[in-house]
Design a protein around this ligand. Sequence first.
Ligand code: F6R
Ligand code: ZN
Length: 188
Amino acid sequence: MLLPEGVLINGMTGAVSPETGKYTKRLSELSEVFQDRAELDRQVAEKGDPIVYEVVEYKKEGSDIFFGTTTMEPGNVNGEYYMTRGHFHQRRDMGEVYYTQSGHGVLLLESRDGRTEVVRMDPGVCAFIPPDWAHRSINVGDEKLVFVWVCNVEAGHDYGDILKRGMRKLVVDRGEGLILVDNPRFAD
Ligand code: F6R
Ligand code: ZN
């Protein structure tokens, strides 16, 4: 029988206690995600391949749901803010919840038929991600962005589509603050 449990989450650091797994993504692992790959390589060499984000999870064998945190560092590659890979779920009938704890971000969403939506990620905002919307989180602040996510264990990740063709929109700062622009590399 599964037993209930209280899990301590630190909204400033993303620490989860107890945790059952974690991984980090460094800048060199995200080279397909950013536009300016020469600048990305330069940063990797200069900064020693910085961590862009860390994911920590709490998952119980036999449970239907799991949850965890994603902690994103601040930074950008030639004006393109640090972001996650972005994905659809393999299960097209399963959505997700992102509850922002600290920092400031943008959740960029894209429906299967190409509609773009944006939800601000500010402390206290609990974002509803409907089934079959690709989602990518972007740290647009100058501190860590920490959010709690809750998902069905069977949702799965489909990274292929977004990696191959990109998302239709980019969130960038070209010197005048945050704007949404068309992705010149988007391949339909
Ligand atoms: C799970 C989910 C999050 C992300 C995490 C990293 O469905 O949406 O836990 O997996 O924020 O983002 P990706 O997986 O896009 O690199
Ligand atoms: Zn997801």
